[in-house]
Ligand binder design. Structure first.
Ligand SMILES: *[C@@H]1O[C@H](CO)[C@@H](O)[C@H](O)[C@H]1NC(C)=O
Ligand SMILES: *[C@@H]1O[C@H](CO)[C@@H](O)[C@H](O)[C@H]1NC(C)=O
Ligand SMILES: *[C@@H]1O[C@H](CO)[C@@H](O)[C@H](O)[C@H]1NC(C)=O
Length: 289
């Protein structure tokens, strides 16, 4: 009797695992989205609407953060164009996976310039495989190269799939695009963030950064750390969306900014919104493969 009971439990547990893995939405999505009255609302819907506008013919969809009738129609159109197997206009797991696969890339290309009014620019090329470290460049406002240094923009991995979380997830890869950037005093935790002033991504201007920074993802920084057991000959660790650099380089960046370019070290806002300082720099993150 006891044995049968245990077997039944094991079978039920297995069914539950299989069902729940099939039902798992890829972040930033976590729920079925459909037209309701009153409408569903949230950041996931804002991201969905933003991604839908990348499909030809859906460019004018309004970014309301509400799952309204226009969103249902746009989603149904996306489903029919891509043969999802339904044209219900409801976001299910398959549609969520497909829209992330097809519409996540922003096509952002660095224009080799710096918008007027900014004292510096950091350019970061990235590969789809964020485990590959790349060389960032620090420029002054006349686009003179002041420093080149290795960086890593890999966020957290998904616990279940083991794959890198995408740019729209809370702790995923650093988003691509153009964004304002500012020098802030050090974070209080030198183990995780290093002892030096950090640079904070403040406001996305174009690309994926414009969708999520900082209305949805805040605390995207460029920093280092006193990472346990790490030496500069090793790859840098995964971040929670930040740009990681070596301690000597992050120190040099803040030294160049504050002593050569007269960039002020602003009191760290620790992500409080709205950002209270005028950003002094620009961060440009560009996919190169
Ligand atoms: C989007 O809006 C623009 C400007 O109003 C208009 O010219 C264009 O035809 C619209 N596109 C679609 C697909 O509706
Ligand atoms: C991504 O890059 C890392 C570091 O170069 C490499 O070890 C890994 O195999 C790559 N992953 C894929 C899927 O290519
Ligand atoms: C993933 O793992 C981390 C660290 O172990 C844990 O804090 C987090 O809650 C896990 N997330 C999920 C969705 O299981």
């Amino acid at each position: 009797m006891k044995l049968i009971f245990s077997l039944v439990l094991i079978v039920l547990y297995t069914i539950n695992i299989v069902l729940s893995s099939q039902q798992t939405y890829p972040c930033p999505f976590y729920r079925s989205l459909s037209l309701t009255n009153p409408p569903m609302n949230g950041d996931d819907i804002y991201i969905l609407q933003s991604l839908l506008t990348r499909t030809t013919g859906l460019e004018n969809l309004s970014l309301t953060s509400n799952f309204d009738q226009d969103t249902q129609m746009a989603l149904a159109k996306f489903q029919s164009l891509n043969n999802v197997g339904t044209t219900s206009g409801t976001l299910d797991v398959n549609t969520a996976n497909l829209i992330l696969e097809l519409n996540s890339e922003d096509g952002y290309v660095d224009n080799g310039q710096i918008p007027s009014g900014f004292l510096y620019k950091v350019h970061v090329p990235v590969y789809k495989n964020r485990s590959i470290e790349t060389i960032a460049t620090l420029y002054d406002s006349n686009l003179n190269v002041l420093l080149t240094f290795p960086v890593r923009t890999h966020g957290q991995n998904d616990n279940v799939t083991g794959l890198a979380e995408n740019e729209f997830c809370e702790d995923g890869s650093t988003p691509t695009g153009l964004m304002t950037f500012d020098l802030n005093s050090p974070e209080p935790d030198p183990i995780s963030f290093g002892p030096y002033p950090i640079n904070r991504a403040v406001q996305g201007i174009t690309g994926n950064a414009a969708i999520v920074i900082s209305n949805i993802r805040d605390g995207i920084l460029m920093h280092t750390g006193e990472w346990p057991d790490w030496t500069p000959s090793q790859p840098m660790p995964n971040s929670h969306g930040c740009v990681h650099g070596h301690p000597s380089d992050i120190d040099q960046v803040q030294t160049i900014l504050s002593t050569q370019l007269n960039v002020a070290i602003r009191q760290n806002t620790y992500g409080a919104m709205p950002y209270t300082h005028q950003p002094q720099g620009i961060l440009s993150i560009e996919l190169i493969d």
